[in-house]
Design a protein around this ligand. Structure first.
Ligand code: SAH
Length: 387
C-alpha cells in the first residue's frame, strides 16, 4: 500500500473525524484513483483513504484502521446503514428515501436511494465507479428485496450520466409515496428523478397543514413537490415558478398522481426575478412563499449564487407577501453554513420585523458525518413576517 505523509492541518482534520480530503490540503499530490495509507509527519498511521478527484475534494478517508476494501467490507457498511433506516422501512406512508449517505454511512463518494422496489446508485468519482461491482454485489446480498437498480454518474469523463445497473427495469414513470402523498418519479432520465428526497421533512410540514387555507408561491419549483405537499395539506391555491419548460408537465403529473384538480394550481415557466416584477405589476400577493434556489445558476442575463444573492429573494418576496405571511427559506449550498445563510436572509429583511419558527437540516435517512458540519448541507428556516 502506498503511504502518503500529510500536513499537520490534514492530521488535525482527520483526528477531528473529517473524512473529505480538501484539494488545497494536498497541493503536491498527483496520484489519483488509488487507495493509500495516510501518515503524519512524525510517521504515525492516521487512516486509510482513497484518492480520486470529484466536485467535493480529492478523496475520502474511509477508515481509521487498515481495511481490506472488498465485498464483505461493503456488506458490513450496508447492513449497518439498513438498520438505521428501519423506521422508514416499516412505514407504508413513505416508500422513497436514502439508503446510504456518503461519509455519514462510512464511505464518501456514493449515495444510494430507494424508490419503492428500485435503487438508484450515484457515483461521485472515478475510483468508486471502478469498484462498483463489489458494492453492487454487497448491496444485492443485503437488499435481496430490491428488484432492480439504476446508476447516476456524477463525475466527468464518461459518455453517459444515467443507466440501468441490474435486475428488473422500473417503469419509465411510476408513483412513490412520502408522508402518504404520491409523487411521480423516473429513474433513467438524466441525473434527476422528479423529487429531491432530502426535503421530505419540509414537505411533511406542508402536508401537516403549514399552508392550510393559504395561497402559496413556490419559487424554483422544479416538479412543484412543495406545492403538491401544500395542496395535500389544505392550501387553497398554489403557484409554481420555474425556468425549465419541462417543469410544467412534471408538476402536473405529481398533482394528478394525488387526484388533485388543477384549477387552483398554476405552473409558470419564467425566471423568478421576472415573476417578482410581474406579480407586483399585477397586484398578486401570497400568504406563504417558498424559496429553494439552486446553489448557483447562470442564465442569459445574470448569474445567481446563494452566497451572494439570496438576500434579493427575501427582499423581493416581502413586496408580494400578504400581511402576517410566512417565508420558507431553503438552501442546499454546502459552501454556505447555517449562520452565513441566516446573515444573508437578514440582509434581505432590511430591519423588517420577523421571527424564526422552525429550522430543518438533513433528515435522518441522510446520515451526516457528525464531526463535519459541512456534511449537513441542507438548511431550511420557516419565518413568520410580522404585520
Ligand atoms: N425546489 C425544488 C428544487 C429546485 S431545483 C424542489 O423542491 O423540488 C432548482 C430549480 O431552479 C431547477 O428546476 C431550475 O430549472 C430552476 N431555476 C434555476 N434558475 C432559475 C431562475 N432564475 N428562475 C426560475 N427557475 C430557476
Amino acid at each position: 500500500m502506498i503511504e502518503l505523509t500529510v500536513s499537520p492541518i490534514v492530521e488535525r482534520k482527520i483526528k477531528q473525524g473529517i473524512c473529505v480530503l480538501d484539494t488545497q490540503d494536498f497541493p503536491e499530490v498527483t496520484m489519483t484513483n488509488t487507495m493509500v495509507y495516510l501518515q503524519s509527519q512524525a510517521g504515525q498511521f492516521l487512516g486509510q483513504a482513497y484518492l480520486s478527484s470529484q466536485n467535493k475534494g480529492i478523496g475520502w478517508l474511509i477508515s481509521k484502521q487498515k481495511e481490506s476494501v472488498n465485498q464483505i467490507f461493503f456488506e458490513r457498511l450496508l447492513f449497518e446503514a439498513r438498520k438505521k433506516r428501519k423506521s422508514f422501512e416499516d412505514s407504508s406512508l413513505t416508500t422513497a428515501y436514502r439508503l446510504f449517505q456518503q461519509d455519514g454511512d462510512g464511505f464518501g463518494g456514493m449515495t444510494i436511494d430507494r424508490y419503492n422496489d428500485y435503487a438508484v446508485f450515484s457515483w461521485y468519482n472515478e475510483y468508486i465507479y471502478s469498484i462498483k461491482d463489489q458494492i453492487v454485489a454487497a448491496f444485492q446480498t443485503i437488499y435481496p428485496d430490491v428488484l432492480g437498480a439504476y446508476e447516476k454518474i456524477r463525475f466527468k469523463g464518461l459518455d453517459y450520466e444515467s443507466a440501468h445497473l441490474y435486475g428488473q427495469e422500473a417503469p419509465e414513470e411510476f408513483t412513490i409515496f412520502e408522508n402518504g402523498v404520491a409523487y411521480q418519479v423516473f429513474l433513467n432520465n438524466g441525473l434527476m428523478t422528479g423529487i429531491f428526497l432530502d426535503q421530505h421533512e419540509v414537505r411533511g410540514l406542508l402536508v401537516d397543514g403549514f399552508a392550510a387555507g393559504k395561497n402559496l408561491l413556490n419559487m424554483f419549483s422544479y416538479t412543484a413537490a412543495f406545492s403538491v405537499a401544500a395542496a395535500m395539506g389544505g392550501a387553497n391555491e398554489t403557484t409554481s415558478v420555474d425556468l425549465a419548460k419541462r417543469s410544467r408537465e412534471l408538476s402536473e403529473a405529481h398533482f394528478q398522481a394525488n387526484g388533485l384538480l388543477l384549477e387552483n394550481h398554476r405552473f409558470i415557466v419564467m425566471d423568478v426575478f421576472e415573476y417578482f416584477k410581474y406579480a407586483k405589476r399585477k397586484g398578486l400577493s401570497y400568504d406563504v412563499i417558498v424559496l429553494d434556489p439552486p446553489s448557483f445558476a447562470r442564465n442569459k442575463k445574470q448569474t445567481f449564487s446563494v452566497a451572494k444573492d439570496y438576500h434579493k429573494l427575501i427582499a423581493q418576496s416581502l413586496e408580494i407577501l400578504n400581511p402576517g405571511g410566512q417565508i420558507i427559506a431553503s438552501t442546499n449550498a454546502s459552501n454556505v453554513g447555517l449562520e452565513k445563510f441566516k446573515k444573508e436572509i437578514e440582509k434581505g429583511f432590511m430591519g423588517r420585523k420577523h421571527r424564526y419558527l422552525q429550522t430543518y437540516r438533513l433528515p435522518s435517512d441522510f446520515v451526516i458525518n457528525k464531526n463535519d458540519e459541512s456534511s449537513n448541507y441542507l438548511k431550511v428556516f420557516t419565518i413568520q413576517v410580522e404585520k
